[in-house]
Every structure is written in structure tokens, then in C-alpha cells.
Write a protein that binds this ligand. Structure first.
Ligand code: UD1
Length: 340
């Protein structure tokens, strides 16, 4: 398997995955409608890899546009990142989220089946576990009813892929459930580029340290955790990108038909919000002004991964320490803002 289509490849995780795939010897084609990204990260990918990347500004919901890409390139597999991802926004714009996230994925799968199948990796999320009863979560941990339309689209897309793979033997699928992806490439050429006010913790921290935001709000210190702030499993985005390479290799190696393997992609180590803020300040020697406020609606108290399955079956393991990851996140923000 050589040529991989990355939908949403101009985005945060997609661009890092493009780098890892190219460095592992794959040909990469990127399709992105640039609705929540621009070409900055793609230019970064080209600088890092010294390769020109075939880029198609295309909307995966538009079958004609996507089909044209399959006609132009001999695509062996796809990694589907294209989708809206703001939890809060999905509550206000559910139809937009359902339409975009479901249609884009179904369109991709339809075209792949029509073209004789292939391997597809779906970007799912730890959000499917909700607040689990037992921690850490394994892939067997039951999914909880989704707390947002965004979370529901992840669950439904998982089901769509499982059903499609069962019905179409030429189609092979893997679901990767990401925990909390953070950080940036070590070159500082690519990283997270949220539009407007960041929803996620680390971009908010880096923007506060850069002076763009006045202060970070820590959402709640009354959780039943060691320091009262919520626990998450923060996974380095380059490690996460590498998991996609391992997943593709695994699919070729095992050639499984009819069922869809699922893997947690995390570090297996819980870290609290307060710990993360403190580590960021310590490793980067930069202050982050913060204030404890009330809990954010829809947040869970604690979730972290049991990564044994990915470790043993995919032969993949998170390699980067959280300190290194936070250094890279800050290096990227500084480069972006021209801070010395
Ligand atoms: C959210 C989504 C998850 C998605 C992930 C992408 C849910 C419930 N969450 O995870 O699906 O895959 O983003 O990265 O669906 N925090 C603050 N202050 C801030 C921002 C965050 O204290 O300004 C805290 C949050 O309360 C939380 C932790 O930091 O405890 C992490 O938050 P965030 O980065 O937004 O990720 P999640 O909500 O865990």
C-alpha cells in the first residue's frame, strides 16, 4: 500500500500525520475544504519533508469533488480527519455537525467501495467513553450516550464504518480513539492553529503565555481527583500521528475482513489540569496567569487510556514525555507570534 488520501490533512492532526506517513515512505494526497484550516501547516509539511504534496481544496461531502481526486490518483487507503470538532458549537449547530461529519465520511466510504475498496482509518475520540465507571478505559469499556452532537457523530461514524466493513469485504477499517492530542512538531513548522478563542486547554495556555489571552480559566477544582482539577490523558501529536502509520501497517499485515479493530491512542498516564499548567510554566520558564472558575458544562472528571492493545498489537507506544510536548507547543506558539 503506497498512496494514502488524508482528508482534513491541512489541520492539526492531519498535517502531523502527513509528515509521519511521508517519512515512512508513503505517498500522501491531501483533501481539505479549508473551513477550519489554511495552507500554513501544509507549507510546513512541505518544508519538513522537502516534498511537494498534492493538495485538493475539496469538500468531502461533495461526491463529485471527492471522486475526481480518486480518478486523478491511485489511492490505496484513506485516513479520515475531515470533520467539525468544537463540542460547544455542536450543541448550537447540531444539524451542521451531523450533516458535515456524517456525510463526508459516508461519501468517502461510498467512493472507496465503488473503487474496489481499500484501507480506511477513522479518527474517533475518547469522548465516546463519556465518564467511564472504571479507569483506565480499554477498548472493551462500553460507550456512554454521547453528551454532545459532536460526540454523537464520532459514535455514529464508528458504527457506519463497522457496518460498511462487515458488508463490503474489500473495505478494511480501523478506528483510533484519540485521547487529548497536544503539542507540535519538533521543527516548530507545524502545530495547532485554532481559529478565534481556543476551546482546548493547551492552545489556551500557549496563547495566554504569549499575551494574546489575559488569563486562563481552570474549569473547576472540586473534582474527586488528587488536586481537585480534572484528569486527562494528553498525547503528543507526533506520537499520535505515528500511530496512524502503525495502524496502516497493521491493516496490511493482518488483512482482516469483516471486522473493524479499535485502538485507544493515549499515554496511559493521567495528568490534572493544574499539573499541566505547572509543568508548562516550569519547562518553558514562562508565567501563565490563571484563575480557578466553575466547572465547564459537559466536562468529565477523569478519563485516561489503557493502551495495552495498541502497544502489543500495533507495536506502537507514546514516546514523548509531556514536558517535551509542552516545550514543543511553546516553541510553535513563539514562532507563530514572532516571540524570541
Ligand atoms: C475535548 C472534547 C473531545 C475532543 C478533544 C479534542 C468532549 C467532552 N471533549 O476534550 O471530544 O476529542 O477536546 O482535543 O467531547 N480546560 C480548562 N480551561 C480551558 C480549557 C480546558 O480548565 O480553557 C480543562 C477542561 O475542563 C478539561 C481539560 O482542561 O478538564 C481538557 O480540556 P480540553 O482540552 O478542552 O479537552 P477535553 O474537554 O478533554
Amino acid at each position: 500500500m503506497k498512496t494514502i488520501l488524508i482528508t482534513g490533512g491541512a489541520g492539526f492532526i492531519g498535517s502531523h500525520t502527513a509528515v509521519e506517513l511521508i517519512q515512512a515512505g508513503y505517498e500522501v494526497i491531501v483533501a481539505d475544504n479549508l473551513s477550519n484550516a489554511d495552507t500554513t501547516c501544509l507549507e510546513g509539511v512541505e518544508k519538513i519533508t522537502r516534498k511537494k504534496i498534492p493538495f485538493h481544496k475539496a469538500d468531502c461531502c461533495d461526491k463529485r469533488q471527492l471522486k475526481k481526486i480518486f480518478e486523478e490518483h491511485a489511492i490505496d487507503g484513506a485516513i479520515h480527519f475531515a470533520g467539525y470538532k468544537a463540542v460547544g458549537e455542536s450543541v448550537y449547530k447540531p444539524l451542521m455537525y451531523y450533516h458535515n461529519n456524517l456525510t463526508s465520511f459516508m461519501t468517502l466510504l461510498e467512493i472507496m467501495v465503488e473503487n474496489g475498496g481499500g484501507n480506511v482509518v477513522f479518527s474517533s475520540s475518547a469522548t465516546v467513553y463519556g465518564q467511564p465507571d472504571i479507569l483506565p478505559v480499554t477498548e472493551e469499556t462500553p460507550r456512554k450516550p454521547a453528551a454532545s452532537p459532536y460526540g454523537n457523530t464520532k459514535q455514529i461514524c464508528e458504527d457506519i464504518l463497522a457496518d460498511a466493513v462487515r458488508a463490503h469485504p474489500t473495505l478494511k477499517g480501523i478506528i483510533l480513539r484519540y485521547f487529548n492530542p497536544i503539542g507540535a512538531h519538533a521543527s516548530a513548522m507545524i502545530g495547532e492553529l485554532p481559529r478565534g478563542v481556543p476551546n482546548n486547554l493547551v492552545p489556551f495556555i500557549t496563547q495566554t503565555a504569549a499575551g494574546i489571552r489575559e488569563e486562563l480559566q481552570i474549569y473547576g477544582n472540586d473534582y474527586n481527583t488528587p488536586d481537585g482539577t480534572a484528569l486527562r490523558d494528553y498525547i503528543d501529536v507526533v506520537d499520535l500521528a505515528a500511530a496512524h502509520v502503525s495502524a496502516l501497517k497493521h491493516m496490511v499485515r493482518t488483512d482482516r475482513t469483516g471486522s473493524c479493530d479499535i485502538f485507544n491512542v493515549g499515554t496511559g498516564k493521567p495528568i490534572s489540569v493544574m499539573e499541566l499548567v505547572n509543568k508548562f510554566q516550569a519547562v518553558n520558564k514562562v508565567p501563565v496567569k490563571y484563575r480557578i472558575t466553575g466547572r465547564r458544562e459537559g466536562d468529565v472528571e477523569a478519563v485516561w487510556a489503557d493502551t495495552s492493545l495498541a502497544n502489543t498489537v500495533l507495536g506502537w507506544k507514546a514516546a514523548c514525555s509531556v514536558e517535551q510536548t509542552l516545550e514543543k507547543a511553546w516553541a510553535w506558539e513563539k514562532r507563530l507570534r514572532g516571540i524570541k
